[in-house]
Write a protein that binds this ligand. Structure first.
Ligand code: ATP
Length: 726
């Protein structure tokens, strides 16, 4: 570690500077401070009391020099300008009684690549977040803010490797579903719902069954008002095709949904992006109040806070290329920067100043005004921070918190019961399917058009010898191509999966409830698109008369559509990419269609593989055979083959022409198809569960050893994230 004397000093710019002690409290902040003081029973002391090792002059009274030993518990006061945010009750009681104390030490996150085999995204970060406070993570774009949030929330993507220690209340506790909430940078919302519907459904899903529905609705309404959304409560959220609420309003809906349960630990990734300064201030001050009320821990990454918003934060973590430029109380940052030769010019928002000082992306374009490149400035600040007392205090404070092993509050989990979740998800999904034109309505139109084509091409098919082949082809087209068209709903399935991914990660409901909801809600629509176009094709072609035959025809069509939908949901859960998913799904169906017993008769299918097992796996086998039995059994056709009997029965055609297994009834084929639907849905459930369970195991298995991380740390310059981005 560089000694303070070795840290290069920066020539300050001649511009007038703000005095760090002149931080002006807004009315609301004063309100907040008075709340804190009342709670603590102590007046809030003012002014920074933090010494910096760089020894630069500050406007306040000289702080006492570092004596070499700290009382880490009292640092809670030092690090927060004298506010005893602990409520004067001691750290242990705070952590265990109410909130979650989050600490991280020497946190490294790497991705494959770089000279040493790993490219560091975060480089040995240490810090903490405490109940009742907001920790703001700031830094230029690509500095690692989201990565830090993801690491703390246990959501890093599978290609990353993480080392270091993250503790909650001093324990190595993986953040369980529902223990915390995370508002992601992207607003993944059900676009067809109105704001009110989205929040109400979420309240019903997340709040416990013991809470009456009216109370859940009230909580939802209060939260909508708190986020200033009452004016747009009945407007649809909207997506790429339908204009709905604005981007900033979507941001607030996302926050609204996640704070419904008042989680103990809240991660917010750019909560104010897209909001104007007034809305940002209101949203953030509401979050501060929430944090204060019940000792919630809030960690938020933020891009461009106004000075008022900035003053709402307690601690600041300033990152550059995954390294800590500063971690400590917000109010001390000014002093830190000015002591290193980067004083904040008068009338400039301090947060703008910090970001401008450490943003190296536009080094060539920006006139620095302090005689050096941004890279050098960052290097000075990073080194200075490492050797500063503030960094030592942060480490000591984090260590102190780690040692205070508190209890972990009960997991929130999926709080509504399984049945409630199933019912709510079914209703929500049903509404979504109804309003999303692409889900079923478009397909209904296409099916009607296709069935009109089938009906007119095979119109009044009759019972001639030639109609045998025509019947077979027509039925095969219905079994294969009409069901294949279910692929058209794939974009909507991908959207559903995205929403499921977000809600599941935050523990809103279980996998089982999602699968049940998704299955039940689709049944009425699938029945409709099987029945209406199916009836048109059936009666125009003039297939076998009798209700039983028609019911069997529609049932086979319906169950095949369910099968294809289930298959596509499985694909969407494995390949959540629109184009790749469609190609994969089409490929699987193409293979099944090919060896379903029509294009190559069953006895001619090569064995092994195509006959056993593929022929028996392809649902087209059962669909074709069910359709053929339903149509040919009981019919008689004239025989045009010379030397043969004058007529030929449907049973003979089934056996000799189509090589159908006639040993069992068509209803058995229908039952097998229904059984396949259940198997496919169980597979869908199993894959979702497996992904959830296996991902963390794979990540743990591939995590680099501490030695590897050390190697990267010794030569980090070879693999800076922003270099790789460039
Ligand atoms: N899973 C990953 N694989 C490879 N690189 C990654 C991964 N996640 C993040 N990165 C890289 O790490 C760097 C930091 O990304 P991150 O999203 O944390 O930045 P950020 O500070 O949140 O940026 P922004 O403010 O623009 O959202 C970027 O260069 C990004 O490309």
């Amino acid at each position: 570690m560089d000694s303070p004397a070795n840290v290069p000093r920066w020539t300050p710019s001649p511009s007038p500077t703000r005095s760090p002690s002149k931080r002006k409290s807004s009315v609301d902040e004063l309100e907040l401070q008075s709340i804190i003081s009342e709670e603590d029973g102590k007046p809030a002391a003012a002014g920074p009391r933090f010494p910096f090792s760089t020894g630069a002059s500050t406007t306040g009274p000289d702080p006492p020099p570092y004596s070499g030993s700290y009382d880490a518990s009292s640092m809670a006061i030092d690090m927060n300008e004298g506010k005893s945010y602990d409520g004067g009750k001691g750290l242990t009681s705070k952590g265990s009684r109410n909130g979650l104390l989050l600490t991280w030490k020497d946190l490294w996150v790497t991705v494959p690549g770089g000279k040493n085999g790993g490219r560091p995204l975060l480089q040995g970060l240490t810090g903490y977040a405490e109940p009742g406070e907001i920790l703001a993570i700031m830094g230029p774009s690509g500095s690692g803010k989201t990565t830090l949030l993801d690491a703390l929330a246990g959501r890093l993507s599978s290609n990353t490797q993480q080392t270091g220690e993250i503790l909650i209340n001093g324990r190595k506790e993986t953040l369980a579903f529902g223990t915390s909430a995370y508002v992601t940078q992207d607003d993944i919302l059900m676009t067809t719902l109105t704001v009110r519907e989205a929040v109400h459904f979420s309240a019903q899903l997340q709040l416990p069954d013991s809470m009456p529905t009216s109370e859940k609705k009230e909580r939802a309404e209060i939260t909508i008002r708190e986020m200033g959304l009452q004016g747009s409560a009945d407007t649809r959220i909207g997506g790429w095709n339908v204009k709905g609420i604005s981007g900033g309003q979507k941001r607030r809906v996302s926050i609204c949904i996640e704070i419904l349960t008042r989680p103990k630990l809240l991660f917010l990734d750019e909560p104010t992006s897209g909001l104007d300064s007034a809305a940002s201030y209101h949203v953030m001050s509401h979050i501060v109040k929430l944090a204060r009320q019940d000792g919630r821990t809030v960690v938020a990454s933020i891009h461009q806070p106004s000075s008022e918003v900035f003053e709402l934060f307690h601690n600041l973590c300033l990152l550059s290329s995954g390294k800590t430029v500063y971690f400590g109380p917000v109010s001390m940052a000014e002093q830190f920067f000015s002591s290193n030769g980067f004083p904040c010019p008068a009338l400039r928002n301090p947060s703008d100043h910090y970001l401008r000082t450490i943003n190296a992306d536009f080094d060539m374009d920006v006139e620095q005004g302090h005689g050096g490149s941004t890279e050098e400035a960052i290097s000075v600040l990073v080194k200075s921070y490492k050797s500063s007392e503030i960094s030592q205090r942060v480490c000591l404070r984090a260590a102190f918190i780690r040692d205070q092993k508190g209890g972990i509050p009960e997991k929130k989990g999926s709080q509504a019961g399984f049945i409630t979740q199933c019912l709510v998800l079914t209703e929500r999904s049903f509404i979504n399917m109804y309003r999303d034109l692409g889900y079923y309505w478009l397909r209904l139109g296409v099916y009607i058009a296709l069935c009109l084509c089938v009906g007119t091409i095979y119109y009044d098919i009759g019972k001639t010898f030639g109609s045998i082949q025509a019947r077979g082809s027509m039925l095969m087209f219905v079994a294969a191509f009409l069901t294949f068209m279910a692929i058209g709903g794939f974009p909507s399935f991908v959207e559903d999966m995205k929403i499921f991914g977000r809600e599941r990660l935050n523990g809103h409901y279980g996998v089982g409830a999602f699968v049940v909801g998704n299955t039940l809600s689709s049944i009425p629509y699938l029945l409709m698109i099987s029945l209406i176009p199916g009836a048109m094709a059936y009666y125009l072609v003039g297939l076998q008369k009798g209700v039983e035959h028609f019911v069997c025809f529609v049932l086979i069509l319906f169950v095949c559509m369910m099968l294809v939908e289930s298959l596509m949901m499985i694909v969407a859960s494995i390949v959540p990419d629109f184009l790749m998913g469609i190609i994969t799904g089409a490929g699987i169906q193409g293979v099944m269609m090919l060896n379903g017993g029509f294009f190559r008769l069953p006895d001619d299918l090569p064995n092994p593989f195509w006959k056993y097992p593929m022929y028996y796996i392809a649902f087209h086998k059962y669909a074709n055979q069910g359709f053929y039995k339903n149509e040919f059994e009981g019919l008689t056709f004239p025989n045009n083959i010379a030397g043969g009997p004058p007529t030929i029965t449907g049973e003979e055609i089934l056996k000799n022409t189509w090589q159908v297994e006639t040993g069992y009834s068509k209803w058995i084929d229908v039952a097998i198809l229904f059984g396949m639907v259940i198997v496919y849905r169980l597979m869908f459930f199993g894959i979702l569960k497996l992904v959830e369970k296996v991902k963390p195991i794979i990540k743990a298995a591939f995590a680099p050893s501490p030695r590897q991380s050390k190697l990267i740390s010794e030569n980090p310059s070879s693999s800076r994230p922003d270099e790789a981005r460039a």
